[in-house]
Ligand binder design. Structure first.
Ligand code: PRP
Ligand code: MN
Ligand code: MG
Length: 176
């Protein structure tokens, strides 16, 4: 698709979102020890690296890679684990870190998978949320910003693997 990009969330605004999220997370976990932040590859990498540097106390990071694909038996989507976390999460305070919630399928499956391993607590933080696109209801504990259903890229988010390196969030605008 021939397209151009247009800034939607500037670097300065992202910084403000990070500060606000970190404040909420630090407040929420102030009594807790050894917080484990789990990023979902690849989209969350940029966000997780900026967010974790604003979290106080003992913090560990880990990663999971999942892919979702259509299920022909019903209209839902299956989520397959391509790379699991290395940490034993039983008894731990776990915060899943995502760049974007769209249909909710990815986070719904990941949350359920991790919940079965009996962490002490399990919460979700997403930088961006597109509620209009939701197919499955997922409880999200920390949201950076709710956005309309636009095609976005940057700050970790890709279009055909491109644009993850943009320091801001941009909208894809088709050109003819
Ligand atoms: C994107 C995004 C979220 C997921 C959200 O990841 O980073 O992880 O889709 O969609 P959902 O709510 O409909 O499940 P993608 O699968 O494109 O992988 P990537 O992070 O490697 O780009
Ligand atoms: Mn992703
Ligand atoms: Mg992607």
């Amino acid at each position: 698709m021939k397209h151009t990009t247009e800034v939607m969330i500037s670097q300065a605004e992202i910084e403000q979102m990070l500060d606000k999220l970190a404040e909420q997370i630090n407040e929420h976990y102030k009594e807790h020890k050894r917080l484990l932040m789990i990023g979902l590859l690849k989209g969350s990498v940029v966000f997780l690296s900026d967010l974790c540097r604003r979290i106080q106390g003992h913090v560990e990071i880990d990663f999971m890679s999942v892919s979702s694909y259509g299920n022909s038996m019903n209209s839902s989507r299956d989520v397959k684990v391509l790379k699991d976390v290395q940490s034993d999460i039983a008894g731990r305070d776990v915060l899943i870190v995502e760049d974007l919630i769209d249909s909710g399928n990815t986070l719904n499956k990941v949350r359920e998978m991790l919940r079965l391993r009996e962490p002490k607590s399990l919460a979700i933080c997403t930088l961006l949320d597109k509620p209009e696109r939701r197919e499955i209801d997922v409880h999200v504990d920390f949201v950076g910003k709710t956005i309309p259903d636009e095609f976005i890229v940057g700050y970790g988010i890709d279009y055909a693997e491109q644009y993850r390196n943009l320091p801001y969030i941009a909208k894809i605008v088709p050109v003819d």
